[in-house]
Design a protein around this ligand. Structure first.
Ligand code: HEM
Length: 106
């Protein structure tokens, strides 16, 4: 799984999160997003190729993905509690993190 593949999973699973009314399906989609975001942390975007692992930019890349993972966990908590509307509301915040990440690293 490369970074593009991780991003494609994020995109597809987010669409499921936004439209499903099935608790198990939503929990699965959010879990898939969590796995993809964690995997993305092990990849290097082209823009950061050659940057040392401890550089400010690489750290910021990881921090942006950790922010997304934290938001996914908040949504997962709600979904697991059966609050699908709340989980969807929380998932609206993913887009801002996505846009931030893309502006800086895509
Ligand atoms: C829910 C959140 C996100 C979604 C839905 C999303 C979706 C996508 C999609 C659809 C692509 C194009 C992939 C392709 O070419 O097939 C992409 C590329 C990319 N995204 Fe995201 N993204 C998200 C969050 C992030 C975050 C948080 C970061 C950075 C911290 C990030 C960094 C990148 C980079 C670097 C690329 C270019 C990858 C490449 O083609 O090599 N994305 N993203």
């Amino acid at each position: 799984q490369d970074l593009e593949g991780d991003m494609d999973v994020l995109k597809g699973a987010l669409r499921t999160v936004q439209k499903t009314d099935d608790k198990a399906e939503m929990v699965r989609a959010l879990s898939d997003m969590r796995t993809a975001a964690s995997d993305a942390k092990t990849r290097t975007p082209d823009k950061l190729e050659g940057q040392p692992a401890d550089s400010a930019q690489v750290k910021d890349y990881h921090a942006e993905l950790d922010k997304l993972i934290g938001q996914i966990d908040d949504s997962l908590k709600l979904a697991n509690a059966g609050d699908l509307a709340g989980a969807k509301e929380q998932a609206k915040q993913f887009a801002a993190t996505r846009d931030e990440g893309h502006k800086k690293f895509r």
